[in-house]
Design a binder for this molecule. Structure first.
Ligand code: ADP
Length: 428
C-alpha cells in the first residue's frame, strides 16, 4: 500500500502521458506512435534525474540536493536525510574523540596502545615528552624504540601484576615505572609513570639515615668509653650516681642497637647479594645454642631439624633474620613457655618456623609489625629493649633471598613466624 502511495505520482504522470497521446492521436492519428514518442520523452526525463543523482553522489553528496518531482524527489530527500544524520554522527564522534584526546593528554602517566605485534597504535602527549614517541612512530614496534633488554622481557611476559622500572631511552634523567594492561583482542595499554622524584626522595632518605647512623657511631663509642670509666670509678657511695650510670649504659646500648639495625637495613637495601650455599641447619643450631646461653640456659628452645637442605644466601643476613625471630619469640612470651624452632621441607619449599606460646598478636596488627619502628603495645614493648626494626630487617633479608615471611598468630595463644624459601633457592 505504502509502495503504491510512493509511486502514486508516477502513475498519475503515466496516465497523463497516455491521455496526451490519445488527445494528439484524435487530431493527427497514429496513436501508438504518439504513445511511444511520449513514453520515450518520459524515459529520457527519468534518465536525466538518475544522472543528476549520480553526479550529486559522485561529488560526495556535497552541496544542495538536486530538485526533482515524483519518486525521485523522495529518493533525493532520503539520501539527504541519511547524509545529514551521518554528518551529525560524525560530529558527535569527533567530539567524543576530541574529549578522549584532551583527557588522555592531561593524564599524569604516559599511555601507549600497542597491537598484536607490539606495534604502536596510539600514544598520548606525555609519551612524547618522557619517551619521545612521535606520531610518525605509529606502526613501529615499541621494543624498537625502548631497547632495554629488561623491557623486551617484561613486554613478552605481559604480566599485569608486575612492574618494571628503567631509565627512559629518551632522557637518561627520567626514571620510568612501566605497567601493562591487556584489553580487547590482542591489544595492550602500556603505562609509564615518571618516578624520578619519588626515587630521588627515597635515595635521599636512605642516604640521610645511612649518614646519620654512621655519624652517630663515633660519639656513641666515646660515650660508652667514658661510661665504662665512670662505672669503674664508681665506689657505690652515691646511689644516684650508680643509678644514673646504669640508666646511661642502658640507653647507650639501646642507641647502639638502633644505629646497628639502621645500618644493617641500609646495607640490605642497597647491596647486591653475594649468595653462597648456606648450611641453614648448622646455622640454626649455632643460633639456638647462643640464644640459650643468653637466656641463662633455661633451655626454652626446642630445636627440630627435619631436613639438611641448604639454600643460596648470605649467611650473615640469614643469621640476623633468624636471630631476630627467635629473640622476639623468647621476649614476647613468658619464661615458662617453650619456643619451637623448626627447619623443614614441605613439598618443594623449605621453611624456617619459630613458634611461641606468648602474648600473640591481634589480626589487624599482623600486616603492620614488619613496618619500621612499629611496635604493637608501646607499654608492653617498652619493657623490652627492642628497636622496632627487627621484623623490618627480617622482611628485607627474606626479600633478598626470594623468600617471604608468613605470620599466623592468635592473641593470648601465641604466634608462628614462618620464613618460606622457594624451590629456586635450594642448593646442593
Ligand atoms: P622490636 O624491637 O620491638 O621487637 P620487631 O620489629 O622485632 O621490633 O617487632 C615489632 C613488634 O612486633 C614488637 O614490638 C612486638 O610488639 C611484635 N612482635 C614481634 N614478635 C612477636 C612475637 N613473637 N609475639 C608477639 N608479638 C611480637
Amino acid at each position: 500500500m505504502k509502495l503504491l502511495w510512493l509511486w502514486r505520482k508516477e502513475l498519475v504522470y503515466l496516465a497523463l502521458f497516455c491521455i496526451i497521446a490519445t488527445v494528439l492521436s484524435y487530431f493527427f492519428g497514429y496513436f501508438l506512435h504518439m504513445l511511444v514518442i511520449i513514453l520515450i520523452g518520459a524515459l529520457v526525463y527519468q534518465a536525466v534525474l538518475v544522472s543528476k543523482l549520480e553526479a550529486w553522489l559522485g561529488h560526495g553528496a556535497r552541496g544542495k540536493v538536486p530538485v526533482a518531482s515524483g519518486v525521485w524527489g523522495d529518493v533525493y530527500y532520503h539520501f539527504f536525510r541519511i547524509k545529514k544524520a551521518e554528518k551529525k554522527r560524525k560530529k558527535t564522534l569527533g567530539g567524543i574523540i576530541d574529549k578522549f584526546r584532551k583527557s588522555t593528554d592531561v593524564l599524569p602517566d604516559a599511555a601507549i596502545v600497542v597491537g598484536k605485534n607490539d606495534e604502536i597504535e596510539w600514544a598520548n602527549k606525555l609519551a612524547k615528552l618522557v619517551l619521545g614517541i612521535k606520531k610518525s612512530d605509529r606502526g613501529q614496534r615499541i621494543d624498537n624504540l625502548i631497547r632495554a633488554p629488561e623491557f623486551a622481557v617484561f613486554l613478552k611476559s605481559g604480566d599485569e601484576k608486575s612492574t618494571l622500572t628503567i631509565v627512559s631511552p629518551f632522557d637518561s634523567n627520567i626514571l620510568l615505572l612501566f605497567k601493562i594492561v591487556n584489553y580487547g583482542v590482542n591489544q595492550r595499554l602500556i603505562i609509564a609513570r615518571d618516578v624520578t622524584q619519588q626515587k630521588n626522595m627515597e635515595m635521599m632518605r636512605k642516604n640521610f639515615v645511612d649518614n646519620v647512623s654512621h655519624e652517630l657511631r663515633t660519639p656513641l663509642t666515646v660515650l660508652r668509653g667514658y661510661l665504662e670509666t665512670l662505672h669503674d670509678m664508681d665506689d657505690g657511695h652515691s646511689a644516684l650516681l650508680t643509678q644514673s650510670i646504669v640508666q646511661m649504659n642502658g640507653q647507650t646500648d639501646r642507641m647502639q642497637y638502633l644505629v646497628d639495625d639502621l645500618l644493617l637495613l641500609a646495607r640490605l637495601e642497597t647491596k647486591k647479594n653475594n649468595n653462597k650455599c648456606v648450611d641453614v641447619a648448622e646455622l640454626i643450631r649455632k643460633i639456638c645454642v647462643e640464644s640459650n646461653i643468653i637466656e641463662n640456659n633455661r633451655n626454652r628452645i626446642h630445636l627440630s631439624i627435619e631436613t639438611d637442605t641448604k639454600v643460596y644466601g648470605v649467611e650473615q643476613d640469614l643469621r640476623s633474620a633468624f636471630t631476630n625471630l627467635i629473640v622476639n619469640a623468647l621476649n614476647y612470651s613468658t619464661e615458662d613457655k617453650p619456643v619451637s624452632v623448626i627447619w623443614s621441607k614441605v613439598a618443594d619449599r623449605v621453611m624456617f618456623d619459630v613458634v611461641d606460646e606468648g602474648e600473640g598478636l591481634a589480626e589487624n596488627e599482623i600486616p603492620r609489625i614488619t613496618e619500621r619502628f612499629y611496635r604493637v603495645d608501646v607499654k608492653r614493648s617498652k619493657k623490652m629493649s627492642g628497636t622496632g626494626l627487627g621484623l623490618a630487617i627480617v622482611k628485607h633479608v627474606l626479600l633478598g633471598h626470594k623468600a617471604h615471611l608468613k605470620i599466623t598468630s592468635k592473641q593470648g595463644k601465641g604466634s608462628r613466624f614462618s620464613c618460606i624459601f622457594p624451590a629456586s633457592t635450594i642448593c646442593h
